[in-house]
Design a binder for this molecule. Sequence first.
Ligand code: CU1
Ligand code: CU1
Length: 285
Amino acid sequence: MYTRQNQKNLTSAQKKRFTAAVLELKRNGVYDAFVRTHDTYFVPDRDRKLRVGHMSPSFFPWHRRYLLEFEKQLRTVDPGVCVPYWDWTTDTSPVSSLWADDFLGGTGRDGDRQVMTGPFAHERGGWNVTVGVREARFLTRNLGRPQDPVSLPTPAELRWALGDPVYDVSPWDSTVGGFRNKLEGWAAPRSEHWRNHNKVHQWIGGHMTGGTAPNDPVFWLHHAFVDLIWDRWQQKHPDSGYLPAVPPPLGDFQRGRVIALDEPMPPWDVSPREMSGHQRLYRYE
Ligand code: CU1
Ligand code: CU1
């Protein structure tokens, strides 16, 4: 049992140990295998195949397992480390301690958006981006997108998602409401902008905006908060649960494309039901 902390409360020694463990996984190749897995399972609605990680009900349990696998690897390097979380509704400045030189480094420079500060700056030598062929070898960010500003989700926007007592609704994709899509944050076609989780990816910019988003280590801190939000929703709606409880019926065009409560989520042999609690493994503080 270990505790995932709010990143703003980490000591400098804890920040150093976290980034050192991440850099070691980069050096030994484990990190890039995680980036590739994420990219492989970044399957959009328009693809007529199984969507397990995104635009689908198993968004929460799939990412919970994905973070746990990553955290297990981090803890192999340093058993005292785990993934911190970033509460993006309250810690909204592009110059907060999260983005300081002693933690994740800051925004990208003008022009090529290259991150020049912190342990993941390419010129420090430890961070080559190898997965995502159309993109640069160096990490890119564009915090807040100053030339066309976007903002982080507000507490009210998060409450709007948390207030929905229904976990997800048919057709189980990116087009309709339910807690899962309100939090994952896909906008209805031709309507307003992205919400909540997606808006955070957009606010960071650079590598965080595509299937290879875990190229940016802030990915883990963002998704730890998403994981915590799932807990909050469960506490708020104790009589609600994961949906769909059973696979969509024969003839439903989402059949075979989404994961029901007791079906395995590739690449693991674990179901949403098995991932719906974590209290024996870790807690949030
Ligand atoms: Cu993801
Ligand atoms: Cu994400």
